[in-house]
Design a protein around this ligand. Structure first.
Ligand code: HMN
Length: 289
């Protein structure tokens, strides 16, 4: 059975400080209501690249405690500050996270050799497994098939979080590395990714929509492609509405309507406007009431 992971959000107070109780509530919702297989903690959806090391550690800790073994956990520890990435990799491994992930280092146009050293250095002395977080649209780093192969020479690197619309490359990767863990990252492209035999998916929109997506996966696995496609279409209507209304703040607004204190996003992400609020109300009524 393919696994579904929600990319955990971070609840912020209005002043941008982290609301750890809100984080706990979102973990609980994912476990109790979504029956999610796993959580991806500290990723883009967690707005983690805007957080201090201390804030990241606190989130990793409460997510681990609140999950209490009821879902698989992956901690995204990648950072432009390699020392921080290494510190976080050790921290979450000591906490008990069974898997880590690290975004490809971005902004400075690093060479592949530098990227490879970054991964090997994060894993040095850390007894854990890592999946590469590949998201070329945001990082500008598009790894090739051969480069993935070279990174996999490190036996601790066990897979990829593949947030990329390049399905040719996805097929090549799946075919060349049948034993690696490949988790798809674009929720709106889940069905074609399933067809290429990914092992599951990680996404922001699953925080609210996981039950429908689990049904889609079950239909796909039962060979009912027509039903799977209908469910993907319904999910894509919902995802389109979210994207048109400002993704992360809208997911949080809908969470609030469901009684979950997801709070605010951190600036420069947007604070809700009356228009966004009205859009979120519509999404709630259309898909979740
Ligand atoms: C994470 O790192 O938090 C997520 O796993 C990233 C995930 O791939 C999401 N990507 C971004 O938010 C950039 C998707 O779930 C995405 O939000 C969704 O497909 C809508 O485009």
């Amino acid at each position: 059975m393919k696994k579904l992971y929600s990319a955990l959000m971070t609840a912020f107070n209005e002043d941008g400080s982290v609301n750890l109780d809100g984080v706990r509530e979102m973990v609980r919702y994912n476990i109790d209501v979504n029956h999610i297989d796993g959580l991806y903690v500290g990723g883009s959806t967690g707005e983690s690249f805007m957080l201090s090391t201390e804030e990241k550690k606190n989130i990793f800790k409460v997510a681990y405690e609140e999950t209490a073994g009821k879902a698989h956990l992956i901690a995204q520890v990648g950072s432009l500050n390699l020392n921080e990435a290494k510190e976080l990799a050790k921290y979450v491994t000591d906490l008990g996270y069974p898997m880590i992930s690290a975004v490809t280092p971005f902004y400075y146009n690093f060479s592949f050799e530098q990227i490879k050293n970054y991964y090997n250095s994060i894993l040095e002395g850390v007894d854990n497994k890592l999946i590469i977080y590949s998201i070329p649209a945001l990082t500008g780093v598009a790894l090739s098939l051969d480069q993935f192969a070279e990174l996999f020479e490190n036996p601790k690197i066990v897979g990829i979080k593949y947030t990329n619309a390049d399905f040719y490359l996805l097929e090549r990767v799946r075919n060349r590395f049948p034993d690696k863990l490949i988790l798809s990252g674009f929720d709106e492209m889940l069905l074609p990714a399933l067809a290429l035999d990914v092992d599951g998916a990680i996404g922001s929109t699953f925080n609210l929509n996981a039950p429908r997506v689990k049904e889609e996966i079950a239909a796909f696995e039962a060979g009912d492609i027509k039903k799977a496609r209908e469910l993907q279409t319904l999910s894509n209507d919902y995802i389109t509405d979210l994207l048109n209304n400002d993704l992360y703040p809208t997911i949080k607004l809908v969470f609030e309507k469901l009684g979950v204190h997801a709070g605010y996003c951190k600036e420069p992400m947007s604070k809700p406007t009356p228009e966004m609020e009205a859009g979120a109300q519509k999404i709630y009524e259309k898909y979740f009431k």
